[in-house]
Ligand binder design. Sequence first.
Ligand code: NAI
Length: 475
Amino acid sequence: MEKFDVCIIGGGPAGYVSALKCAINGLSAAIIEKERFGGTCLNRGCIPTKVLYSKAKYLNKIKKPERGFSINGFSFNYGEIINYKDEVVSTLTGGVEKLLKARKVNIFYGMGKIAGRENGVFRVGINANDGSDVQISADNVIAATGSVPLMIPAFNIDHKNIITSDEALSLRNIPESLIIIGAGVIGCEFANIFSEFGSAVKMIELLPSILSTEDKEISKFINKNFKSRNIDIMTGVEVAGIKALGLNGKSGAEVELKTGDKFETEKVLVSIGRKLNTAALGLEEIGVKLDNRGKIETDTHNETNIKGIYACGDIIDGPMLAHKASYDGIIAADNIAGIVKEKDYGVLPWSIYTNPAIGTIGLKEGDAALSELNYNVGRFSYAASGMALAMEESEGFLKVIVDEKSKKILGATGIGADIPELIAEIASYMHFGGTVFDIESTIHSHPTLSEIVPESALDSIGEAVHKFNPRTAKK
Ligand code: NAI
């Protein structure tokens, strides 16, 4: 039986990054993946949606050309866009496989399961994709099996008319009408894409607002933006059931609400959250503890209660984000190699690709208001940025939450062109405990959108240079 220092089960952003980091740390590593490398992020999530997002933005510019241009007639071939998306995915997933091979990580294609432990060494069974059964052993195991879309029986997901985000990425034609159940991150990203390509989109959300976990101002902004683009939004509404039906000779579906109202549509996209892939891993048999939400309990090294078994990504605590999963993988790989690192999700940025995009990090204004903290909020509008005006991207703002006494940056959120890149800059300041004055003394290239960062931070102390009415003037 082949033996390794580490066996990683799952080849998504948590698994493949931890495998590469194990190899970089000089450990022998095996990785087991049942499909293509890259997990949800590369195959069915972040990357393919960004291809469609980018094409939808381009289409938006064609439909509403910048000043000085008129475009007389255009057409698009959505099938060709999907072909391009598939090529991007293949390039990147193939690239991950090449990286693993270059680092001499042993690759097994199939389903992995912890089969037992003998003399402190784990035995891992692999039900290989070629039909064979293989056994390997390892001193450490990293479980990184991710999540899949949540499905509930009453929604009758048939993967044709009633679909999840997995199928939504491979439709070869734009549906005339689309009902999206769940107006969270996935629901809103797809509403943006499909409405731009011409679907009549209706969103049905259980909670009182769309993007309900985001900053209230951001949620309102995107609600208004969607409505202005004729996206129909119903909030505080419960769905009783969904069934597939024939619609004017075409396939279709009917959504019935608890109120008895019924809506017919060509497709229904169900995006109501995700389910963890922790079953069939042999975790419970070996005694790994799960919490009351079914997530694997880990310590600050991402080690479970069973010494030598680590877990990373969606299946453990924290938000389901690809970059958080990769961070988890690095923490596990370093601790296994004896490089002691404690995980800390305190400075964890995230982005939502609507048009304009949303970016957030750290403390939200709403949570600050409920806390005992003394803080100030600085904000700056895209409309006051020379670069944003030059780009005809003047919609949006960035606001920064600052500790009143220390002037440390506690959080930031915004909406606008390239805002995720601005948030990435703020992440660096926050990681190093940076203050408003650190941002002020960092020279920002002109003209760039990044100048919005110092302006909003300085506004928190009433010192934004290019602002007529500073929001606060507290020192
Ligand atoms: P989500 O948790 O963001 O949103 C689900 C929404 O569905 C919530 O607003 C919820 O109230 C609503 N909902 C739940 N049950 C419902 C029902 N029966 N009827 C109507 N509405 C219902 O989950 P989502 O959008 O599926 O995304 C899953 C995960 O993927 C998220 O945790 C997110 O972090 C991650 N993700 C991140 C992205 C990014 O970083 N840009 C992009 C896409 C996903």
